[in-house]
Design a binder for this molecule. Sequence first.
Ligand SMILES: Cc1cc2nc3c(=O)[nH]c(=O)nc-3n(C[C@H](O)[C@H](O)[C@H](O)COP(=O)(O)OP(=O)(O)OC[C@H]3O[C@@H](n4cnc5c(N)ncnc54)[C@H](O)[C@@H]3O)c2cc1C
Length: 132
Amino acid sequence: MQAFASFGDPQPGTGLANQARMARARMLGLQFDDYEREVRSVLNSLLGPGGFDAARDILAITVNRWPHGYARDHVDLEDADWNMEPAPETIGRQRFGNIAIANSDAAADAYTHAAIDQAWRAVNELASPADD
Ligand SMILES: Cc1cc2nc3c(=O)[nH]c(=O)nc-3n(C[C@H](O)[C@H](O)[C@H](O)COP(=O)(O)OP(=O)(O)OC[C@H]3O[C@@H](n4cnc5c(N)ncnc54)[C@H](O)[C@@H]3O)c2cc1C
């Protein structure tokens, strides 16, 4: 069984970027015991009525922490300094000699199709000689 937990409790009045930073700090500050307690109590409350018993039915718990799960996207309402031309990701993915920049961050878009598009662009950039 896999379970995903999110630490992004909504904080009205706090921008999305700051909320993401706060959630990341909270996640990294938790110890394994904290995750274990949460997993056991959530699964017991969800599945207990159906006969599940965390003490009996959980064999092992593995915790993978993704502090950077998703590339940062543009949020029109609060990202005035991001919504400029050229966009920050366009500046950040500039080829540097024989180094070309791929990945989803290079598109400021969290999903796999963006990473694939950026990989295609980066590889094609290397098909032409470097400027320097
Ligand atoms: C929980 C979760 C669920 C997701 N679900 C979806 C989904 O349903 N659909 C979707 O489209 N996208 C989803 N995504 C997003 C998707 O995983 C990313 O968009 C995609 O993996 C980005 O690809 P990437 O190549 O940019 O980076 P990554 O896939 O992160 O690849 C980077 C690689 O570089 C390696 N690396 C890092 N540092 C070094 C180093 N110094 N030397 C060598 N190697 C290094 C890493 O080990 C990693 O293998 C999900 C992401 C998460 C975290």
